[in-house]
Ligand binder design. Structure first.
Ligand code: PTJ
Length: 251
């Protein structure tokens, strides 16, 4: 069925279609469809809009990514199916690899995701041949690449599991996540949590990175200013403000 652009929930319904298509093509785990529904419930509470708090977290995330020495974007099935072109653009802007890292791991799905990202313009996609392990995880998400996540300093990992987020932190990484649930273990463990829908957040990240890069080039801001902006950001406060916004709306 073709969804008319005039439909009030066009964006959300299109994202669902991308996931279902991704599931049919072997990119998305069946469980990924359930995970998306969980996210949608929180998006409904947020009013399906990007909040000022999410904008603030996006700015902090961009400062962190631009200051990073070796950033990596960790991609699971849902993220790959919904945002492959945006991942390719982000990797190009940051000159960094994407790494496939999935919970319900099969080699077939990893290889399909690698191919899908490459087809969408990603130049370096890791994950099909893991040669390192994150400490403290007993499942497949421990597997990673020496050249990627294992030696990275900043990991952007949308829709993450709480225990892997903790393991990444324990390994000394700075973690940026995108998660619609401001109370999830990942949301509270990450250094920067963008509480927003992946489908709105990825284009926002691209827009903000381009803006900061232009200002860096023209001398409007300096790396010191990025550091200062990042250190003034509090993830705890941002999550509390987001929750307050949700509860106030319904009180
Ligand atoms: O591809 P795999 O095998 O790695 O599996 C990926 C899933 C997503 C199934 C796996 O990571 C998983 O079980 O995820 P969770 O823990 O159910 O969901 C992670 C978080 O993402 C939850 O807090 C959801 O609310 C949130 N979420 C779901 N969809 C979105 C989202 N956040 C932002 N945008 C979304 N579209």
């Amino acid at each position: 069925m073709t969804i008319p652009r005039s439909h009030p929930r066009y964006v959300s319904l299109t994202a669902r279609d991308k996931l279902v298509e991704g599931w049919k093509n072997g990119l998305v785990a069946t469980q990924g469809l359930i995970a998306h529904g969980r996210g949608e419930a929180f998006d409904y509470l947020l009013g399906e809009v990007t909040t000022p708090e999410a904008e603030m977290a996006t700015n902090a995330a961009v400062c962190m990514l631009l200051l990073a020495e070796k950033p990596v974007i960790s991609v699971n099935g849902n993220v790959g199916a919904m945002a492959a072109p945006e991942i390719a653009t982000l990797c190009g802007l940051l000159d960094c690899p994407a790494e496939i890292n999935i919970f319900h791991r099969t080699d077939d799905r990893v290889n399909r995701l690698v191919e899908h990202l490459e087809k969408n313009g990603c130049r370096k996609v890791l994950g099909s041949d893991p040669d390192a392990r994150l400490e403290g995880l007993d499942h497949a998400r421990a597997l990673c690449s020496m050249d990627g996540i294992f030696t990275s300093d900043v990991v952007l990992v949308p829709l993450e599991d709480g225990d892997r987020c903790k393991a990444l932190k324990a390994a000394g990484k700075s973690v940026i996540t995108i998660d619609l649930n401001p109370m999830s273990r990942t949301a509270v463990t990450a250094d920067v949590t963008i509480v927003d829908n992946l489908i709105r957040s990825m284009p926002n990240l691209i827009r903000v990175i381009k803006g900061y890069q232009k200002r860096l080039l023209l001398g409007g801001i300096t790396p010191e200013k990025l550091k200062a902006e990042l250190s003034s950001y509090s993830n705890d406060n941002n999550l509390k403000d987001t929750l307050k916004k949700i509860t106030e709306k319904f009180s």
